[in-house]
Design a protein around this ligand. Sequence first.
Ligand code: FAD
Length: 571
Amino acid sequence: MARGMLERYDVVDTDVLVIGAGGAGLRAAIEASKYNVDVTVVCKEMLGKAHTVMAEGGYNAALGNVDPRDDWKAHFMDTVEGGAWLNDQDLVEVFVKESPDRIFDLEEYGAAFDRTPDGKLAQRMFGKQRYPRTCHVSDYTGHELVAALVDEVRRRDIPVMEEVFISKLFKGNGRVAGALGIDIKSGEFLLFKCKAIVLAGGGAGRIYKITTNPASATGDGKILALEAGAELKDMEMFQFHPTAMVWPPSCRGILVTEAVRGEGGVLLNTKGERFMKRYHKLLELGPRDVVARSIMREVLEGRGTEHGGVYLSVTHLPPERIREKLKTMYRQFLLAGVDITKQPMEVAPAAHYYMGGVKQTVWGETSVKGLYVAGEEAAGLHGANRLGGNSIADTQVYGKRAGEAAARYARQAEKQLVDQRAVEEEQRRALSFLRSSETRPAKVKEAINETMWENAGIFRTEEGLKRALADLEAIKSKMIPEMGVSDQGSRRYNKEWIEALEAANMVRVAEILVRAALIRTESRGAHYRLDYPSTDNRSWLKHIVWYLDGGELKYRFEPVKITLAMPPGVS
Ligand code: FAD
């Protein structure tokens, strides 16, 4: 136990600190542990409950088991075309070449994927794929993946500190030195002293009102990285999944996996038309951004349901196939009173995946020495639109790489001193939210959600984005400084206190998203500007990169890395 001027804290000494226990964090920890360094994992929920556990439809690996024409080149082209050519192709090439080996690792850890009749890994069609490529465990693939990774972490005796919220990273001599956490269970501070950090904090879907993401997806990691001196990019690129539940209201936003369409599900408007015929040659399996916008157009033009959705039907498929291949969906809708073997599902888009995040190299390096990223925390691989099934594969490929790189770095690096004044400053900031106030974190989050959904969602305009920016600036300057919690006396399991810290991160993530969306005066992938509907490859094949300069948020442009395939119209 150490005592600062302000507050006491326990000190945890480790070589590599992994922040996040989803697919990316756990895979990074497993890899780092092979290099004879101390590894510690922290996560803000309980182990096994990270967002990855919710992944349903599957994992993309160009194995060619179902169609032998599939290979890494086909996977590469699908990924960059689907990503609207904003993907950094060096990241994509490594990803498509290594994702098959990483699924075999998962099998070694105990994951049991579905099989073809001849015993190979089964593969299903997902959106914007030319061949069936998505390996799966019915429609609860993430559950199996996390269970296998947790087992391997336990076999390796890697310590996992659950329910710890990291609020700040520290540097010494320009390199990673540690991090400050709050043990949610006791409300006490914890100071982590380490040589390297792998940041794998996941996405930020909770900045939107309607989202498939769990409550933990608040974008903390992106702000931790930015403040530590790393750069963020593609922050305007937020994917809206085409199909989430809309009814009953308590189910709004719960994902209806792309596997439903992969297994043959069709989208219908209230006139009974298979409307995707009008919008994309791949029909329901077009890229997610196109399908999501098509659904919204049907609704806006009066062909949607009374709850603002359209129908997704599998009633033409054999009921036993539905119950076998779409187990979770079958149960999920049955609980809402809908038997999907007989009745259509009602669906509409919801915020789903952040393509934007921390700028990384193919080894997960950031611009800060000792700081590595992986998974949904990072940017560059998925471009302007992620393909279904590419994310959990990403967590394994780049989780492994970031873990290895962090461990190799930690083996030769000196431990840096953490500046006591910086620790106290962060403690003071965190403690400031333990005050009485009418402005509660839930109210702040709701204000962020409303303006983001209304003004920075699927269809964007300069006018709407400016409205969002004004709202977010007001939230940042008025609501955040006033924000407080109902119970200021006890810090044990004071979840509202943690929510206050999350809300302070969310408003900053949302602000950068909106600023970037205003700057990108074209439409590309998930970023659709009604006032600039065309894709402009001449001027906009570039990333908007964000960084702090003396505390001030700044941006610059950086060209997309094109190594293997030229975008159409560009020579
Ligand atoms: P996460 O799994 O989100 O883990 C983040 C970790 O960081 C958590 O442990 C969290 O506690 C921790 N953390 C965050 N902030 C802090 C903090 N401040 N302090 C301490 N810890 C912190 N993708 C596919 O490829 N295929 C699919 O079939 C698929 N299905 C999906 C279904 C649903 C319903 C959803 C929502 C997503 C789906 N995705 C799918 C996307 C995919 O699941 C995620 O993108 C991926 O799992 C992200 O993994 P991750 O390891 O990067 O982050």
